[in-house]
Design a binder for this molecule. Structure first.
Ligand code: NAD
Ligand code: 022
Ligand code: ZN
Length: 387
């Protein structure tokens, strides 16, 4: 089919708008990222060019970098927890303009696909297939070095000073919010708080158990506090996590290493079982314990942690027959373009806290140190700021 003249003109314009930008490139699984000047093509129809001002470094970036992710594509530019400013918009973009402050969304919100229209899930399917293949919705990549094309990552690629995203994968946020804090809303904050509010719908007075007090679990704790939970029990093998947990609303701390039988202990602490439990580690044994510490008849256990590829969960069906419910949550069940701007408002109104969770800051040149800090259990979140 012949392309309309205007589209051909656009393609000419796109070529002229090619730019260079600095990015951390993953050439090979298991190798450190390499800081490079890369070429970036301008936005095509429905796309937006964003200058990334700050990005968090999250587990999934490391999962893919390390080679443990069987779907990982190389070479690629990772990063999915960013915040920045719109620099340019492609043809047909109506909801964003130059200068708007935005948070990239690895879970987009098209508001038109079957999933978005169902109101039953936040897992928009509009661009899912191409996103998983590391390309834009038209099947091509905007990033390259010389003749080598680089893959996009989770539709975001925030480990680049500039990146291109579909309009439906950007949440417009207020422009007085600090990039080095709100980038964390692009994944961790929304995942943790959202799992409590949107997925579990925790009600006042509830008894909650949280497994894993890291970048996600601590946000589950503050979500539970906002929801009015009465008891919030935190479980972690790292004793250093107790203090932060308490600061965020945890009322009881359990180190599994200090108790003989964890599940009965948690049932006792919650006065008969948790109304809600959250697995925020990615360990299938903990997922079972999280389900089984729930209250008979109604307890709901939410799986947030991403387990290693090929792993399976187990329990006796009796656990479900007697009324416990097992569910999962992706991006906290949040609808990105609708809910992310609200969460930024909550931060600016001091309803939620972020600053204490950003334990480290690095320039892009030192991004590999963020993975070391993660492995050592020293960081909650490392944020990379672009100069
Ligand atoms: P993290 O490393 O910051 O925190 C994990 C915590 O679990 C640590 O404090 C660690 O000490 C603790 N832990 C480890 N083993 C334990 C055990 N056996 N018992 C108790 N505690 C234990 O990681 P994070 O950033 O909080 O991420 C947690 C998980 O959530 C990861 O699997 C990540 O991929 C996943 N995640 C899922 C989504 C989603 O949308 N579903 C989004 C973001 C992250
Ligand atoms: C973010 N995650 C972990 C740490 N930081 C994370 C990983 C995967 C998902 C969500 C958060 C996730 C849950 C369900 C899906 N994904 C599938 C969604 C669908 O098929 O509709 C997921 C997502 C994006 C990608 C892969 C898996 C990707 O872009 N490659 C949301
Ligand atoms: Zn993440």
């Amino acid at each position: 089919m012949a392309e309309p003249a205007s589209w051909a003109e656009e393609r000419g314009a796109i070529y002229l708008r090619r730019m260079r930008t600095k990015a951390a490139v993953a050439y090979e699984a298991g190798k450190p990222l390499v800081i490079e000047d890369v070429e970036l093509d301008g936005p095509r129809p429905g796309e937006v060019l964003v200058e990334i001002r700050a990005t968090g470094v999250c587990h999934t970036d490391e999962f893919t970098r390390s080679g443990a992710d069987p779907e990982g594509l190389f070479p690629a530019i990772f990063g999915h927890e960013g915040a920045g400013v719109v620099v340019d918009v492609g043809p047909g973009v109506t909801t964003l303009k130059k200068g708007d402050h935005v948070i990239p969304l690895y879970t987009p919100e098209c508001r038109a696909c079957k999933s978005c229209l169902s109101r039953k899930t936040n897992l928009c399917t509009a661009i899912r297939a191409t996103q998983g293949k590391g390309v834009m919705p038209d099947g091509t990549s905007r990033f390259s070095i010389g003749k080598t094309k680089l893959h996009h990552y989770m539709g975001c690629s925030t480990f680049a000073h500039h990146t291109v995203l579909p309009e439906i994968a950007l949440a417009k946020v207020r422009d007085d919010a600090p990039f080095d804090k709100i980038c964390y809303i692009g994944c961790g904050v929304t995942t943790g708080i959202g799992a409590v509010i949107y997925t579990a719908k925790v009600e006042p007075g509830a008894h909650v158990v949280v497994f894993g007090l890291g970048g996600i679990g601590l946000n589950v704790i503050q979500g539970a506090r906002i929801a009015g939970a009465d008891r919030i029990v935190g479980v972690d093998v790292n004793p250093a996590r107790e203090a932060l947990g308490r600061r965020f609303g945890m009322t009881h701390f359990v180190n599994p290493k200090d108790v003989d039988d964890l599940v009965p202990h948690l049932v006792e602490l919650t006065g008969g079982g948790a109304d809600y439990s959250f697995e925020c580690v990615g360990n299938v044994k903990l997922m079972r314990q999280a389900l089984e510490c729930c209250h008979r008849g109604w307890g709901v256990s939410v799986v947030i942690g991403v387990a290693g590829s090929g792993q399976e969960i187990a329990t006796r069906p009796f656990q479900l027959v007697t009324g416990r419910v097992w569910k999962g949550s992706a991006f906290g069940g949040a609808r990105g373009r609708t809910d992310v701007p609200k969460i930024v408002d909550w931060y600016m109104e001091k309803k939620i806290e972020i600053d204490a969770l950003i334990t480290h800051k690095l320039p892009l040149e030192r991004i590999n140190e963020a993975f070391d800090l993660m492995h050592q259990g020293k960081s909650i979140r490392t944020v990379v700021e672009f100069a």
